[in-house]
Structure formats: structure tokens, C-alpha cells
Write a protein that binds this ligand. Structure first.
Ligand code: ATR
Length: 306
């Protein structure tokens, strides 16, 4: 065997190549060209010497039938699974054979597994990924009072994750009150031990802010290119012992997190959630504990060099 042959057949080699035996997973989304998921997962596979590979699977919004063809194509082409990202997290659902309770309740799938019998299962690792990152930052959700800013797709996963992890009270604050109310009602029915209420953006936040242990921003305010956006009133200071979590990670320090840091409270961006949702997807596919540190190092290096 030549040096090159031994390099490419060794799964631990960074020059490893895919063969007919390689287990393939990928990322369904549009666009996917800037995603950190392929390098993050491939670094994890290499680290553990697994003969797995992760590829981008760009699927356009039009024509509409493409997404169903793509999901069924996972099985037809012998892939082991996929992550799903914007704008397809809801659209993939009708093509799956079964959904985990989390995916069903959140109404979005970010992880598909092709089972050995060819059935397609849909899961959501955004919710437990968020909670895992919170815990990693020393925030235990049990018994906490939380304000969730926003009531869109991301908020659904966050509220589910928090309520499922023993949070006591959630106030969902949103510009469009009806969306917050509908999310609160649906999640309240699932989690009777957690009080979940909706509040319009217009109502002063001071009272809820007094009670809150944790404030989570799920809106796009503050995200590139809306970096001037601040989803929290500049006049309400954060209190000692509160923590502020912004799902945004681009830029890594949003105006919200700058304010939190200036007020002296724990400020966490969404990079850890990105890593943890990936780590949990990795575990769903391979059945092996993910090398989270390697995944984090890979993602951090990419962001440093961007
Ligand atoms: P995602 O899947 O990332 O959550 P989404 O479902 O489009 O995206 O939800 C975006 C959230 O950000 C919504 O809660 C939205 O408020 P509305 O329900 O009122 O639309 C919120 N949002 C976006 N831009 C906003 C702005 N300029 N001011 C206040 N809220 C905003």
C-alpha cells in the first residue's frame, strides 16, 4: 500500500476519502454553502475514526415538490440521515414516517434518521441542544422564571425545551401578540406544571423583568444585517443573578449581549446551541457520544477566520 492509499483508507486521517461503505449524512437547506455543520461533523467523525461523512444537500424552495423528493431520496440513496435547516424544517415533516414527541410539539424537524428498515424518523435537537448549552454555562432550568422574546419557529423550540426541563414560569413577549398567545396555549396544554403566558411587546416589561432569572432572545433583532436591533428596552437594566441568552451568534456580541455584559450579568450567545444541536444529532445517527470539544474547536476556528 502506498503512503497515500494508507492515508485515505484510514478514517482518522484528515485526508480520508468516502467509499461505497461510508455512512453518509448531510444538511438539507437553502442556502447551505456557508454552514459550519459539514466541517463540524466531519471533524467529529475524523476524531473518532468513524467511516462517516457529512455533505451539504442544497434543496431550493422552488419547485415545491423538490423537498419531498429530497427527503425520500435520503432512503433511495442509502443515506443514514440528515440535518434540516432553514427554510425546510416544517416542510420535511409530511414526508417522514414518524416524529418524536419533541418534533411533533415544536412543529419542526432538524434531524432525520433513516432507520435500518428504511423508515424515516424526524426529531428536533434544537430544544435539548439549547438546554444542554444553558447547563454547560451553569444555568439549571429547574424552578426558573424565564422571559422568551419572540414567538416564531426558534421560540417554539426554546419554550418546549425550557418547559420540558422543569422551568417554573415562562412569559412569551412578542410584537404580534396572537402568535405568542397561540404558542403559550399550546405549550401550556403540554406542560401543566409550568405557567406559560403571553405578553405584547407594547406592555411594559418591568414587572416580568423583576421576576426573571433568564431572558432568551429568539428574534432576529441584533442579527447581521440588523445589528442595531435591540429586542429589550434599553432603559430596563438586567439584575445581578439574571442570565441573558441570545440565540444569535452572528455577530457573536449582539447589542443585547453587550448590554448584558455592561450590566454585569451572564451573557451567552447561540454558538453553543449550534454545537450542541449538532452533537445530539451526531449521537442520534451514530449511537456514539459526540466529541463536543472537537466540534466546538472546529466551529470557533471557522468563526475566528471569517
Ligand atoms: P425564527 O424561525 O428564526 O424564529 P420567525 O419564525 O420568522 O424566525 O420568527 C421571528 C421572530 O422575530 C418573531 O417572533 C417576530 O415577531 P412577529 O411574530 O411579530 O413577526 C420577531 N421579529 C422579527 N423582526 C422583528 C422586529 N423588527 N421587531 C420585533 N420583533 C421582530
Amino acid at each position: 500500500m502506498t503512503d497515500m492509499q494508507s492515508k485515505i483508507s484510514n478514517p482518522k486521517s484528515p485526508n480520508r476519502q468516502m467509499t461505497a461503505k461510508t455512512n453518509i449524512v448531510g444538511l438539507i437547506g437553502w442556502p447551505v454553502s456557508h454552514s459550519v455543520s459539514p466541517p463540524m461533523h466531519n471533524a467529529a467523525f475524523t476524531e473518532l475514526g468513524l467511516d462517516w461523512g457529512y455533505v451539504p444537500l442544497p434543496v431550493p424552495l422552488e419547485p415545491a415538490e423538490r423537498i419531498g423528493e429530497a427527503v425520500r431520496g435520503l432512503r433511495a440513496l442509502g443515506l443514514r440521515g440528515a440535518n434540516v435547516t432553514v427554510p425546510h424544517k416544517q416542510a420535511v415533516m409530511p414526508y417522514l414516517d414518524w416524529l418524536t414527541p419533541a418534533a411533533q410539539a415544536i412543529g419542526a424537524v432538524n434531524t432525520i434518521r433513516v432507520e435500518v428498515d428504511g423508515t424515516l424518523s424526524g426529531d428536533n435537537t434544537d430544544a435539548p441542544g439549547f438546554v444542554a448549552d444553558l447547563r454547560e454555562h451553569g444555568v439549571d432550568p429547574i424552578g426558573k422564571n424565564v422571559i422568551v422574546l419572540g414567538a416564531g419557529g426558534s421560540a417554539r423550540a426554546i419554550v418546549y425545551g425550557l418547559a420540558a426541563s422543569g422551568v417554573l414560569d415562562i412569559v412569551i413577549v412578542n410584537r404580534t401578540l396572537a402568535k405568542a398567545e397561540s404558542l403559550a396555549t399550546q405549550m401550556q396544554a403540554l406542560f401543566p406544571n409550568c405557567q406559560i403566558v403571553a405578553q405584547p411587546l407594547a406592555k411594559p416589561l418591568a414587572e416580568a423583568a423583576e421576576q426573571a432569572d433568564l431572558i432568551v432572545n429568539t428574534t432576529s433583532l441584533g442579527m447581521t444585517p440588523q445589528i442595531a436591533g435591540l429586542p429589550w428596552p434599553a432603559t430596563i437594566p438586567f439584575r445581578t443573578n439574571q442570565a441573558v441568552y441570545d440565540l444569535v451568534y452572528n455577530p457573536p456580541q449582539t447589542r443585547l449581549l453587550q448590554k448584558a455584559a455592561a450590566d454585569g450579568v451572564l451573557a451567552i450567545n447561540g454558538l453553543g446551541m449550534l454545537i450542541w444541536q449538532g452533537a445530539l444529532a451526531f449521537e442520534r445517527w451514530t449511537g456514539i457520544a459526540a466529541p463536543v470539544d472537537v466540534m466546538r474547536r472546529t466551529v470557533t476556528e471557522i468563526f475566528v477566520h471569517r
